[in-house]
Write a protein that binds this ligand. Structure first.
Ligand code: FAD
Length: 285
């Protein structure tokens, strides 16, 4: 059976208590033996200190690689170069490179307006030191001029030196498979430069709908309707959400997906339940 690699994404906590909780979440998910953990970064440097602090704390905790996200919109090259040096000195050798979205009120795209510019800059600055992952959109980035333009952008990011891309979350396996096949037709060897499936467990109805609407991810009607029917019944949402995402992952595995990146939302249970039931956890867990 195809056994895809697993990774988990965290966002930096806002409080000391949240930070401590995240460390114990890390310990639990780390038992599943993921390939790496990534930590998000607020565009324009808005979470710089918090991202750095959790990255350092996780590095001290185990040998599992940590991949900080790094964004370029609104930042200048010197700030990004400083961060690259810092990460190199911490022994980090993988990054998730993004454009980011400017926090409301902040203006000015900065010296590197798109993720493609960032990938080129990282390669110019640090050569092959970092394994670089970029973002991909099976259902198109919401600001893209067209689907084809967005695919061109992804192809350009691979050609500029991205080692892999991670998709926005999706619940329609065909959108992922279509993008993968389109990349192959465009000459990208997705065995060497994989398209990693971004997986969002479903645990909460209103947050999911708001998040999906803002990032242009489609929630199928049968899912949206049933989540609405469940109202405040959190257990029913969790069980139905598990079933939907489990089926999605099974289909992706049967289609040979090389890796799955779980948008963990800093939670243990929904991620652990999926990874274990899909048979992707370490043998000992
Ligand atoms: P790009 O690849 O630069 O694309 C952005 C848009 O610009 C697309 O619509 C593209 O088609 C268009 N475009 C590209 N080049 C041009 C051009 N020359 N002219 C006109 N249009 C162009 N956000 C954060 O702030 N922090 C995070 O940590 C974070 N992590 C993420 C992790 C993953 C796996 C994913 C999928 C997304 C993440 N995001 C994060 C969200 C991401 O930053 C947003 O989706 C952002 O709007 C686009 O980032 P990008 O890297 O895809 O940008």
């Amino acid at each position: 059976m195809n056994k895809p690699a697993v990774s988990f994404e965290f966002f930096p906590a806002k409080t000391e208590l949240g930070h401590e909780k995240l460390l114990s979440t890390f310990d639990e998910l780390n038992k599943l033996a993921p390939t790496y953990f990534s930590v998000t970064y607020g565009a324009g440097g808005s979470t710089r200190d918090r991202t750095l602090s959790i990255v350092q704390a996780l590095l001290e905790r185990s040998d599992t690689p940590i991949a900080p996200h790094i964004s370029c919109i609104g930042d200048d090259k010197s700030k990004i170069a400083e961060l690259l040096e810092l990460y190199k000195n911490l022994g980090i050798n993988r990054l998730v490179a993004l454009r980011g979205d400017l926090p409301s009120g902040q203006v000015g795209m900065g010296e590197l307006p798109f993720a493609l510019d960032l990938v080129k800059f990282i390669r110019e600055h640090s050569g092959d030191h970092f394994h670089i992952e970029v973002a991909a959109y099976p259902e198109m980035h919401p600001q893209a001029r067209s689907f084809q333009f967005d695919v061109d952008n992804l192809v350009n990011k691979y050609q500029a030196g991205a080692n892999a891309s991670i998709t926005q979350f999706f619940y329609n396996a065909d959108s992922y498979l279509y993008l993968r096949d389109t990349l192959k037709q465009r000459g990208i060897d997705t065995t060497a430069q994989p398209l990693v499936a971004g997986i969002m467990p479903i645990t909460n109805s209103s947050n999911l709908v708001r998040f999906a609407d803002s990032c242009g991810a489609d929630i199928p009607r049968y899912v949206r309707k049933q989540l609405a029917d469940f109202g405040d019944d959190r257990r029913a949402i969790r069980d139905f959400g598990f079933e939907v995402v489990h089926r999605l992952c099974e289909r992706l595995i049967s289609e040979g997906v090389p890796a799955m990146h779980f948008y963990s939302m800093n939670k243990v249970e929904p991620n652990k339940r999926l990874v274990k039931s899909l048979g992707l956890a370490a043998e000992t867990v």
